[in-house]
Write a protein that binds this ligand. Structure first.
Ligand SMILES: [Zn+2]
Length: 130
């Protein structure tokens, strides 16, 4: 049986530009909040608020690893849906990576993240000096 309540809650959660941006990030792999903060150039409190909506609607799930919390897409069907909405992930970008690529989590130097953000035309912020 189709759960119409659940499906409409999913679509409500999708209907927001920043939440779509978070999902676009997460379809490339797991990420922590500080990574999203840098990538999206938004405050952590704001991102956490949007993540809560995404979790409550069942689109995103959280995994605790020691002190870190990694967020990821809750199920594989979401990848197909996001591809319909946002198009395919540009070639060369990772898909379904385990573990966040940011410096806090240990993989990608923060300078590279910032450089990539500038390449995408996002405005620099105070976080650039981190
Ligand atoms: Zn991270």
């Amino acid at each position: 049986m189709i759960d119409y309540e659940r499906e409409s809650a999913r679509f409500k959660a999708l209907g927001h530009p920043v939440r779509l941006q978070i999902l676009d990030l997460l379809r490339r792999g797991e990420a922590c909040v500080c990574h999203m903060e840098i990538e999206l150039d938004k405050r952590q409190a704001y991102i956490s608020q949007q993540l809560m909506v995404l979790r409550e609607s069942g689109l995103v799930e959280a995994r605790k690893d020691g002190m870190k919390v990694f967020y990821s897409l809750a199920d594989g069907t979401l990848n197909d849906l996001l591809e319909q909405i946002l198009g395919p992930i540009p070639p060369g970008e990772p898909v379904g990576m385990i573990g966040c690529p940011c410096e806090v989590c240990g993989a990608e130097p923060i300078a590279e993240l910032i450089a990539r953000r500038k390449l995408r035309g996002l405005r620099p912020s105070d976080q650039d000096t981190l």
